[in-house]
Design a protein around this ligand. Structure first.
Ligand code: ZN
Length: 451
């Protein structure tokens, strides 16, 4: 990384942060939240909750010709809708699944599989690409992720914040009540979790250690946008803070305000150099409904091109749906929305009826590498089980993938036992095909009046 450039960015950010803290807090979203009389309200009076800049300080939202959302059909039975997001790199049919290629690659799967599977958009993680090969390499040497990857379809990148905050999460220390709470959205505790690599979080941004070489790195709202400009994805995400599920309401409220300030800074940086990119705001507030409402109302007032639902989404699918049932009616219908990090079938099927447009998760490809196949008629199956050792049947009769049209479950079982990487490839491709087909069935189900 160009650490001097990073330092310059963080210094500028600190200066801006100092300027911002001089501003006096006035009546606004915070006051409205306190008026609701929840537990977090009583203790927040004594604290400074700096209000993020109001919508009036941004230019009026102008619909961009290179990024539009068109709703084609709204269900009569639910809030489900079929639409299309038009991006500079092609259309994204909604409701749609977004495949996750962490290092700008689908693990063990070539990119063309997405179009074969009917998946229109792919997610790449800014954090991983920043560490290797670096945003400068992607931007200056290759002219962006699309060219580096040879991808023609739509791409979305995140801010890098989710992974950085996950570095600071530890199963034994992320709360004071003994042990972590299991969440629906995995914090992805990775192999480099031997030490806490998250060094500092303050108004400027986050300071962390690279798990690759121990180098100290920073991520600020401005530097994250600048990195995502170099990566060149069609949709970019502003930096936000990711508190754990069981944070106190008081701390959560502070965190939501900080995320709002960071997102406002990100949006300004983006609007100063839009290029052919759209930016989604990220709705926060954990499972606290007052804060979710406050967050969606504030972010909807800013000129974002869409909204993503982020932060802690609860411990299980039921909590997620409970939260979305409350939240989705507040999300504007004239822009697209995205549910961050969730794509298990049960949650997707229910969230679609509440109006969610797109979903991303590494889950389908991750579990494929560990033996799980999704099937249309048998549900989930574990191809490592002894019963499949001699099976000459395909994994799924309804599927058009290579595994299902050319090979048997028994062959896949053998490849896996023999540690042949082809097992990963075939199983991952299959689950991607399943997701593409599943979303097509859901879209058809909405059009047919069944959903
Ligand atoms: Zn298949």
């Amino acid at each position: 990384m160009a650490s001097r450039a990073m330092n310059a960015v963080i210094n500028v950010s600190r200066a801006r942060a100092r300027v911002m803290t001089r501003g006096k807090r006035t009546e606004g979203n915070g006051a409205r939240a306190r008026a609701r009389g929840r537990a977090f309200v009583a203790s927040s009076n004594a604290r400074e909750l700096e209000r993020p800049p109001s919508a009036e300080t941004f230019a009026t939202y102008e619909k961009k010709s290179f990024f539009t959302y068109e709703c084609e059909y709204e269900s009569k039975k639910s809030r489900a809708r079929v639409g299309v997001i038009r991006t500079p790199h092609g259309d994204v049919r909604t409701p749609g699944y977004v495949a996750v290629g962490t290092n700008a690659a689908l693990k063990a799967v070539k990119g063309e599989v997405l179009s074969e599977a009917g998946i229109d958009m792919m997610f790449a993680n800014t954090y991983h690409v920043l560490l290797q090969p670096g945003a400068d390499v992607v931007g200056d040497a290759f002219g962006g992720l699309h060219r580096m990857m040879g991808r023609r379809g739509a791409l979305i990148t995140d801010s890098g914040g989710f992974q950085v905050f996950s570095l600071g999460m530890d199963e034994n220390e992320d709360n004071n009540k003994g042990g972590a709470v299991k969440e629906l959205k995995s914090r992805n505790k990775t192999k480099h979790k031997q030490e806490n690599l998250l060094l500092r979080v303050d108004e400027a941004g986050v300071l962390f250690k690279s798990y690759r070489d121990g180098a100290t790195m920073s991520l600020t709202p401005e530097s994250s946008v600048e990195a995502q400009k170099k990566l060149g994805a069609d949709i970019i995400i502003p930096l936000d803070e990711l508190p754990p599920y069981n944070i106190s309401d008081e701390k959560l409220e502070e965190s939501v305000y900080r995320s709002h300030r960071w997102m406002a800074r990100s949006l300004r940086t983006h609007l100063a150099d839009v290029r052919q990119q759209a930016m989604y705001g990220v709705v926060h507030g954990g499972v606290n409904r007052d804060l979710r409402k406050l967050s969606v109302e504030y972010l909807s007032s800013l000129p974002f091109d869409g909204l993503a639902i982020g932060g802690s989404l609860g411990r299980d699918s039921d909590e997620l749906i409970d939260l979305l049932s409350f939240l989705m009616p507040l999300v504007p219908r004239d822009k697209p929305n995205h549910l961050l990090g969730i794509a298990d079938i049960g949650s997707v099927e229910r969230a679609v009826t509440l109006g969610v447009d797109t979903f991303d998760s590494c889950y389908p490809t991750q579990v494929a590498r560990h033996g799980t196949l999704f099937t249309h008629s048998r549900g989930k199956i574990n191809f490592r089980r002894a019963e499949f050792r001699t099976s000459t049947a395909p994994a799924c009769y309804e599927c058009a993938c290579t595994l299902c049209t050319k090979h048997s479950l028994g062959y896949l079982n053998h490849l896996d036992k023999a540690n042949e990487p082809l097992a990963w490839t075939l199983a991952s491709e299959h689950n991607l095909h399943f997701m593409g087909t599943k979303m097509a069935k859901i879209r058809q189900g909405i059009l047919d009046g069944e959903i």
